[in-house]
Design a protein around this ligand. Sequence first.
Ligand code: SF4
Length: 225
Amino acid sequence: MTKKELALVCIQRLKEAYPLAECTLDYEHAWQLLVEVRLAAQCTDARVNVVVQDLFAKYPTVAALAAATPEEIEEIVRPCGLGHSKARDISACMRMLRDKYDCHVPQTFDELLALPGVGRKSANLIMGDVFGKPAIVTDTHCIRLCNRIGLVDNIKEPKKVEMALWKIIPPEEGSDFCHRLVYHGRDVCTARTKPFCDRCCLADVCRYARENGLAPAGAEEAATK
Ligand code: SF4
């Protein structure tokens, strides 16, 4: 089985396991998701969803948040950790949206990437979730699972994983597939415990399961190409 074939199997199995493929951050407007992905660094999505309720109640528009000082923003977002730098980035980002994009979120990857505090992961998330464009979001779950499964070979750097996945994932499947990797990474292929290969829908095609004697009899050979 090639890596492309393996990817198609994983996409299909995870679709069946997790029919919904939604972002776990709650938002109504694109600019709110921009704020939330910055807050989500080294913080759980669940906590971000709580903290932003106060933030968006006090500053309900791009213009309102852009008018706030970084200190005022930090006061609210502190529970997400790294409050000082996150508040500074959010302030600069909202000011750029206000001053350069008439309070709208730009729709190209390069423009998103140029916003303060926005990296490739965040830009891809916005492209996929907000604009419905092809996207590969390489968060910690994606990187761990793709290495274990054998979709990539010992690649840990997010951009390199992203580039490797672009070669094997059909573009229209990328965004949903990455969301499902998050679900699977939380529920089954966990980081802090040993992965629960005994109840994993990918055990017969997964490299880690095969190499650790956890794959069922007759499991597929490793994908090498
Ligand atoms: S078989 Fe095990 S290592 Fe492979 S994806 Fe499933 S839980 Fe993760």
